[in-house]
Write a protein that binds this ligand. Structure first.
Ligand code: NAD
Length: 358
């Protein structure tokens, strides 16, 4: 297979972790006989410095002309005093909107080797954890009508949660197809006991389920889902929910895995196109020191192989390589707690070890 990937290293530790992610992808190409070519593009603080805008038009065009996008991280202290609409993070929002990325996939995987880093009691996560939150990314209350008005009891403000059937249907389709590739269990999270938008959400998800008879669908109210995630997390396989509930639940799910340096993500558009990035930011406190954990970026490559390119065995090989390096006792600083039996490694060494395992 031949594919072109738009690479946006970004700021801070972004370029450091992206370098290791591409090393892993090159290894996959070598071992499985695929040809990946890269087109580097600017976004974030470095784009502000070079081009005066966090998202140059050229970057959007490079992304659109590519099969997938790999992003490191953007932002940093240097640009913190800029007004909101000129900040590096605007580049990220512009990419999501410009590339119509409507489905955000955030896996929360607890590798058995890192069980100590999980804040939950060991018996709750025995044998490891593996779930994915599918969050609707371009609709709902974050994009609905908002405003202020005066009332007899003082100023009032409102934000409207609005979902169309089509928006719910397309995110549900993503979640069901994902469940089909996994353990075939899907939990749809809403607040249908109170919200009309959630009642429509539930009706549409139930309707989409007819096309996926093998997937066991259940519905949970969001308050219950938040409790179940920490009291009984192993019951979950795929969770699908709206923009705001997904924002909150995906962060809750991610802390179970112990370190932000381990968390990949995918944002998908219609078709197979997607933007892949570690969940973490640019970590200016450790940038340029060879201290960043590159595993989140490398695991993002595994997601790209699986979801954009449909290369399941190649994705498995990348994930197995990460796990093997952990099993052999190598740890970057964020997942090393001074244990004498474990070997502390830097970004580059971790990347080379993982590439070696592939
Ligand atoms: P952050 O994720 O950059 O860092 C939080 C903490 O986690 C820091 O102590 C950092 O050292 C540590 N950390 C993060 N990634 C790590 C890794 N791979 N290995 C080891 N340690 C890691 O979040 P922040 O400090 O809130 O934000 C820093 C900058 O990043 C800000 O400008 C913020 O706006 C931006 N940001 C960007 C993205 C993105 O590009 N998607 C996401 C979040 C934050």
């Amino acid at each position: 297979m031949k594919a072109q990937i738009a690479v946006i290293p970004g700021d801070g530790i972004g370029p450091e972790v992206v370098e290791q992610a591409l090393l892993a992808l090159d290894k996959v190409g070598e071992r499985f006989g695929h040809e990946f070519t890269y087109k580097t593009a600017l976004a974030g603080g470095c784009a502000i410095d070079a081009a005066g805008t966090p998202l140059p038009q050229e970057t959007l065009e490079i992304c659109k002309a590519s099969d997938a996008v790999l992003l490191g991280a953007i932002g940093g202290w240097k640009w913190d005093s800029l007004p909101g609409d000129q900040r590096p993070e605007r580049g990220l929002l512009g990419l999501r909107a410009g590339l119509a990325l409507f489905a955000n996939l955030r896996p929360a995987v607890l590798f058995e080797e890192l069980a100590d880093a999980c804040p939950l009691r060991p018996e709750l996560v025995a044998g490891g954890l593996d779930l994915v939150v599918v969050r609707e990314l371009t609709g709902g209350i974050y994009f609905g009508e908002r405003g202020r008005k005066d009332t007899p009891t003082g100023r009032a403000a409102f934000d409207v949660e609005l979902y169309s059937e089509g928006e719910v249907r397309r995110i549900a389709e993503v979640a069901f197809s994902l469940a089909m590739k996994r353990r075939k269990r899907l939990t749809s999270v809403d607040k249908a006991n109170v919200l009309e938008s959630s009642r429509l959400w539930r009706e549409v998800v139930t309707d989409v389920a007819k096309g996926y008879p093998e997937v066991a669908l259940s519905h949970l109210y969001v308050d219950n889902a938040a409790m179940q995630l920490v009291s009984s997390p192993k019951q979950f396989d795929v969770i699908v929910t709206n923009n705001m509930f997904g924002d909150i639940l995906s962060d809750e799910a991610s802390i179970i895995t112990g370190s932000i340096g381990m968390l990949p993500s995918a944002s998908l558009a219609q078709g197979n196109f997607g933007l892949y990035e570690p969940v973490h930011g640019s970590a200016p406190d450790i940038a340029g020191q060879d201290k960043a954990n590159p595993m989140a970026a490398i695991l993002s490559i595994a997601m790209m192989l699986r979801y954009t390119f449909g290369l399941g065995s190649e994705a498995d090989a990348v994930e197995a390589a990460v796990q093997s390096v952990l099993r052999k006792g190598f740890r970057t600083g964020d997942i090393h707690r001074g244990e004498a039996s474990l070997t502390l490694v830097g970004t580059r060494e971790a990347g080379q070890l993982i590439a070696g395992e592939i």
